[in-house]
Design a protein around this ligand. Structure first.
Ligand code: UFG
Length: 332
């Protein structure tokens, strides 16, 4: 299958590109390199640097590369920034996606895999979280992901678009060979920040909130390895052949880890102490988010290979400790 990976130079997209190639598919990358890294994609993979707003360019790529399915990873993903600058998020995460979908329909490409998020649920009223929970996002980031899910449903009805929306929990880790990994700028995520603090590359980690109603008072999250996320994207292909198919899957390990447990895992794997300061809660953080992924397991045969926090953190540790500046391509 020729697969267009939009956002293929980003964190999750670049891992998926490698998994696609390993599974015998032919990935083609389209990325505007605003947050992506050219070096995250092997030179042999066809690469188009383009914005989704340029519909004619997207149509040309779809046609020239004889694309059968589009995976869409390109999105802004900072929850806090989405609260302070919502327009940036609606313009990129929703409007740009509409241009992509319009270009696809114009050239009759009707299979789509979308990166959605557990942020579409807001604060869940039940744990672990199944796909049928009410979706009530508590920030614009989650709302943009839910908006796109709703657009996809309408396009499935109106035009026979087939799609799968994967609601990721906390994407984490790096490729096992450490060739690619996480390199966000700015970085806001717990695991890379804890690793950098252990290595003395950053000030002490701020631990946001120690008074949550959880066993150790810190938030619980479900860290799912990027390569496991990628494998689910490929496992869904067969189910998208029928026009108008609508699929929604939660992707997580189902095992909650508290922030303190994550820090302990970093300390164990690195043999170093993570210097930290206890800080107030971060606005908008739900106390606990973890997945019930039994639907993906049942329907896709998906089974996370990295089932515990230590195995995921081990890959992150290897990547960050051997790549002090990530891809070392920072502009300015
Ligand atoms: N945390 C700290 N200190 C830090 C950074 C994070 O204590 O310096 C804590 C957070 O408060 C939270 C936990 O670590 O309790 C995890 O935070 P992350 O920022 O690593 O991840 P989030 O759970 O906030 O975000 C993830 C994805 C988002 C997605 C969100 C859904 O990165 O894209 O889950 O809730 F929207």
């Amino acid at each position: 299958m020729n697969v267009l990976v939009v956002g293929g130079a980003g964190y999750i997209g670049s891992h998926c590109v490698r998994q696609l190639a390993a599974a015998g598919h032919r990935p083609v990358v389209l990325d505007n390199l605003v947050y992506g890294h050219r070096a995250a994609v092997a030179p042999a993979v066809p690469f188009y640097e383009s914005d989704l707003g340029d519909e004619a360019a997207v149509r040309r790529v779809l046609t020239k590369e004889q694309i059968g399915l589009v995976m869409h990873f390109a999105a802004y993903c900072y929850v806090g920034e989405s609260v302070t600058d919502p327009l940036k998020y609606y313009l990129n995460n929703v409007s740009a996606t509409l241009h992509l979908l319009k270009a696809m329909l114009a050239v009759d490409v009707k299979q789509f895999v979308f990166s959605s998020s557990c942020a579409t649920y807001g604060v869940p009223d039940r744990l672990p979280m199944t796909e049928d929970l009410p979706q009530a996002p508590i920030n614009p980031y989650g709302q943009t992901k839910l908006d796109v899910e709703n657009v996809l449903k309408a396009l499935a009805r109106a035009h026979g678009l087939s799609f799968a929306a994967f609601r990721y929990f906390n994407a984490a880790g790096a490729s096992e060979d450490s060739l690619i990994g996480e390199d966000h700028h700015p970085e806001t995520h717990l695991i890379p920040l804890a690793i950098d603090a252990a290595l003395g590359r950053r000030p002490p980690l701020q631990l946001f909130g120690t008074d949550y109603p959880t066993p150790d008072g810190t938030c619980l999250r479900d860290y799912v390895h990027v390569d496991d996320l990628s494998r689910a994207h490929i496992a869904v292909f067969d189910r998208l052949a029928k026009p108008g198919t609508k699929l929604f899957y939660n992707l997580g390990t189902g095992r909650p880890s508290s922030n303190r447990e994550v820090i302990r895992a970093v300390e164990k794997l690195s043999g170093k102490t993570v210097p930290l300061v206890e800080a107030p809660r971060r606005a908008g953080d739900p106390p606990a988010l973890y997945a019930d992924s039994s639907l993906a397991k049942r329907e896709l045969g998906w089974q996370p290979k990295f089932a515990d926090i230590e195995s995921t953190v081990a890959t992150a540790w290897k990547w960050h400790s051997t790549h002090p500046k990530g891809y070392d391509d920072r502009k300015g």
